[in-house]
Design a protein around this ligand. Sequence first.
Ligand SMILES: NC(=O)c1ccc[n+]([C@@H]2O[C@H](COP(=O)([O-])OP(=O)(O)OC[C@H]3O[C@@H](n4cnc5c(N)ncnc54)[C@H](O)[C@@H]3O)[C@@H](O)[C@H]2O)c1
Length: 263
Amino acid sequence: MSTHVTDPARPLAGKVALITGTAGAQGRAAALLFAERGARIAGSDIDPQGNEQTAALVRAAGGEMLATAPADISAPEGAQAWIDAAVGAFGRIDVLYNNASAPRFGTPPDVTPEDWAFSNRHEIDIVWFPTHAAWPHLVAAGGGSIINVGSVSAIRVTRAFPQLPHGTAKGAVQSMTIHLAAAGGPHRIRANVILPGLTMGASTDRLFATPDGPGHHIAAGNPLGRVGLPDDVAKLAAFLASEDAFYLNGAAIPLDGGQSIVA
Ligand SMILES: NC(=O)c1ccc[n+]([C@@H]2O[C@H](COP(=O)([O-])OP(=O)(O)OC[C@H]3O[C@@H](n4cnc5c(N)ncnc54)[C@H](O)[C@@H]3O)[C@@H](O)[C@H]2O)c1
């Protein structure tokens, strides 16, 4: 893997970036930004319409995106089929951005066995199966970057918004990341995990639906006075995907405006 970047405006030029959940807020922002910075994109989602909209936006901006949907990448077969399609189209994998998830929230008495199983499948399996399927291709490429998405909820409790299954599963993603980082190092495969705080998107709109909703309370308590935007996450992910981040491996990076360091 070269550390030589020829065009600073297109630090991802020549790279093939696989992104999960590209119909969603952060996945769409990442597909657009990665493409703008030179990557070819293979995006997957369970939502074909939203995924195709993202692909149309990428293409309208002059980028290239293979959109695979519906793809349930929380199952081994779905993950493998998507990885096969991406390698079939582009011949290699340089970046795997495990962004997709479907969270469940709640306090201990509220969480049902179904919530628990759903959460583990749609937050942990959904990272592991694409990673397992992509691994031999990353090795074959001589290295690459795995970008996982955890959550500040894995390391900090927000009393206004209980999220036991989600926080627990994201803790597992964070732990998985260090094991991937250690195993990948000799192959020049790096693995890092972004821990977003509350970030705008369809999945969080309801927290802002009323003036006293928890979203407003969380924004008011943030040192920077707002919650995150999908682009905030995409920009960090683009850096992690780039050669400039070559020596960053096994890191868990909170991305929350400093929310998690204040009481
Ligand atoms: N939004 C936040 O406040 C916040 C905070 C911390 C962490 N995160 C994490 O950031 C990531 C992106 O969040 P977002 O706000 O963009 O969410 P989002 O709901 O907008 O996007 C997630 C996407 O994943 C897709 N998806 C779900 N299950 C799938 C499956 N089985 N197979 C394929 N695709 C599937 C959904 O269809 C959706 O398009 C997630 O991992 C989320 O847990 C979000």
